[in-house]
Write a protein that binds this ligand. Structure first.
Ligand code: AMP
Length: 658
């Protein structure tokens, strides 16, 4: 067989196998065989790039990363749905429809909790996919949608134009796996599959989206040039015949049966691969739909029934406080195991201290639990009548349950946080930050290496990095002798980053890169900073009272002292980096007043800033120098009152020349 026919056969075989696997869920080919054929096609395509066709199964992740998404106007608007919350409201809807239309057949479908998209095909080829946006204008996410294996790239019927609408979602098992991975890598978790799907579909790089293994259920035919249909169920059948995965649906004409089907669907939610946030009831006949029409936002011929979140009571066995990676203390209740919305629940979040106090939740109480949208159940209320005697109000810990350091409330009052610089709960995050590019910039020591170092108990504080040997590092997974050597060198090189980066790397609350620079310039060494009182810190330009208080608290904490002494032992530089020419005026503030002869005000200000200083318009205690030209007035007087040194223009020029 020549290579052209072989490529054609491979494309067809792989597309068919992909369709059986991803759309029909009925694989006919071993994964191994599929991968082998795919690799063969890739090889041939690499050798004959001119023969690559857009419908090749290798082209799903073809596009390069985008700068941003462009807007798309939907030819047929993507409407919303009217919500109802009870069987009575479903009956009312049916009454309205039957008054207008006589006997009506309804289609009942799960409402997939994902993101609505429109997929457009021209002459049977997928050309554009867009998010719903506001229903009229959405975003072009074609490249990301192309990565979804259950979306066909070409269709057997080559209609001039076809648009379908469906719901993209992240399968529940994929979601749980993704979150487990993110947890291991110290990344923020997605709250639910919907957020994860939304985040994935809005990735500018289709390669990222491809890894998220999204799926789709198509639930509507928006437009099909050259075809007519009588009913919704007919359109779904047609769509399925074109290779799409369609929404499961049932057509019923008695409202009692509709309500029974809604209940049945609700009970089956556990078996569905997607989260369901309701059931949709639609008039099945397309001419009847046209007869009742739409309001401004929603069709009149459909409703979405929203299931109430399932609630169950259970008894509080214990209240425990966990310390997150960022040091935030979150309380939860451990309850007697109870079956809720498809899983066995043994604990529920309590959010924060205020939540416990407001609801007065106590050990021994019976509480009502529910799962609403989020994965973690929550406490809805305390059943006070069931409270046993002799219970006590819960007292939130004053010390971190993991490391024993004092806890403090954040400046904005919401979270309570551990202040331990060596707290094991925060170690992964602290170390990752410590080694990151803008901090100590330790190449080759990223989150995955750090995780192994912690798991093997090779490091307990950031300072321990400096005592690692190349042999210890070489023992880690995916770390050869050479990369271990490089990592040791990178760790050693980071000892000389200087005080400003070190201060940032230590992760003191409120001390970012900018504050690190200001403090390093002002004090010159860690020991000088450690001596500073809160008042002295506050007196520095750009250091506020809250920051000063955090710094002082940090310095006084025994864990911080231990960390610093270990860093010193490792010979990590505690001094500000020597000032370069560009930092001659670092930390200094100049006020210009009167008429200058040699420069305009703007030029002088630019010269000061180029040397790392600041030019300010008013004199205060924080002013370093006042530069006074001819006829200087009130600012010069103020400088005199505050005892700020005054420079003539010539003296200033001489300083610039230094
Ligand atoms: P809402 O935006 O809450 O008014 O609900 C309407 C949304 O439900 C639509 O935008 C669709 O994205 C989504 N949806 C999920 N499954 C279906 C379905 N089977 N039929 C219609 N809409 C659905």
């Amino acid at each position: 067989m020549d290579y052209k026919s072989e490529m054609k056969t491979l494309r067809e075989t792989l597309s068919e196998a992909g369709y059986r696997y991803y759309v029909l869920d009925d694989p006919t080919m071993e994964d191994y065989e599929y991968d082998r054929l795919l690799r063969r096609l890739e090889e041939l395509e690499a050798a004959h790039p001119e023969e690559i066709t857009p419908d090749s199964p290798t082209q799903r992740v073809g596009g390069a990363a985008l700068e941003s998404f462009t807007q798309v106007t939907h030819p047929v608007p993507l409407e919303s749905l009217q919500d109802v919350f009870s069987p009575e409201e479903v009956e009312e809807f049916a009454r309205r429809m039957e008054e207008a239309l006589g006997t009506v057949a309804y289609s009942i479908e799960p409402k997939v909790d994902g993101l609505s998209v429109a997929l457009e095909y021209r002459d049977g080829v997928f050309v554009q996919g867009a998010t719903r946006g506001d229903g009229r204008v959405g975003e072009d996410v074609t490249e990301n949608l192309r990565t979804i294996k259950s979306i066909p790239i070409t269709l057997p019927d080559r209609l001039p134009r076809l648009i379908v609408r469906g719901e993209v979602f992240m399968p529940k098992n994929v979601f749980h796996k993704l979150n487990r991975q993110r947890e291991e890598n110290g990344e923020a978790l997605f709250a639910n599959p919907r957020n994860a799907a939304a985040g994935s579909l809005r990735q500018l790089d289709p390669k990222v989206c491809a890894k998220r293994l999204l799926d789709i259920r198509v639930f509507n035919l928006q437009l099909a040039e050259g075809r007519t249909f009588a009913s919704h169920s007919e359109t779904l059948e047609y769509i399925a015949s074109q290779g799409f995965r369609t929404i499961p649906h049932k057509v019923l004409d008695r409202v009692e049966d509709v309500n029974a089907e809604i209940v049945r669907l609700g009970d089956s939610r556990e078996e569905l691969p997607f989260d369901m946030d309701g059931a949709v009831v639609k008039v099945n006949s397309l001419s009847e739909r046209a007869a009742v029409g739409s309001t401004a936002k929603c069709p009149r011929w459909a409703i979405a029934y929203k299931y109430p979140p399932e609630q169950k009571p259970s008894r509080v066995l214990e209240i425990v406080v966990q310390v997150g990676r960022t040091g935030v203390l979150t309380p939860k209740v451990v309850v007697e195991p109870v079956r809720l919305a498809g899983t066995t629940v043994t604990n529920a979040t309590l959010h924060n201290q205020d939540f416990i106090e407001e609801k007065d939740i106590r050990v021994g109480d019976t509480v009502v639990l529910q799962k609403a949208g989020e994965i973690i159940p929550e406490v809805v209320e305390v059943l006070r009548d069931l409270r046993p005697e002799n219970t006590e109000p819960y007292r939130f810990p004053k010390l971190c349950p993991v490391c024993g350091a004092p806890v403090v409330r954040d400046e904005d009052g919401a979270a309570i946080r551990c202040t331990g610089a060596e707290c094991p709960a925060q170690l992964h995050r602290n170390l990752t930050h410590f080694a990151s590019r803008d901090a100590m910039d330790i190449d080759g020591v990223g989150p995955a290496v750090i995780k192994q170092l912690i798991d093997k108990e090779l490091v307990k504080t950031p300072a321990d990095l400096y005592f690692l040997t190349a042999d210890q590092l070489a023992d880690l997974e995916r770390m050869g002798k050479k990369s271990a050597r490089n990592a040791v060198d990178a760790i050693a090189a980071s000892k000389d980053r200087g005080l400003e980066r070190l201060l940032y790397a230590l992760g003191i609350r409120q001390v970012g890169q900018k504050a690190g620079k200001i403090l390093a310039a002002h004090f010159g060494s860690f020991d000088a900073l450690a001596q500073a009182t809160e008042e002295e810190l506050t007196a520095i330009d750009d250091v506020g009272g809250i920051t000063a208080a955090y710094i002082r608290k940090w310095l006084e904490n025994p864990q911080s002292k231990h960390l610093i002494s270990r860093l010193k032992e490792a010979c990590v530089s505690m001094e500000a980096a020597r000032q370069s020419a560009g930092e001659q005026f670092k930390g200094m503030t100049f006020v210009l007043t009167g008429a200058l002869e040699k420069f305009t005000r703007d030029e002088a200000a630019a010269l000061i800033e180029a040397r790392g200083g600041k030019a300010s318009g008013s004199v205060s205690k924080k002013t370093t120098y006042v530069v006074a030209g001819e006829n200087a007035g009130s600012k010069l007087r103020k400088a005199g009152e505050l005892g700020i040194p005054v420079l003539t223009e010539d003296e200033f020029a001489a300083m610039l020349a230094e």
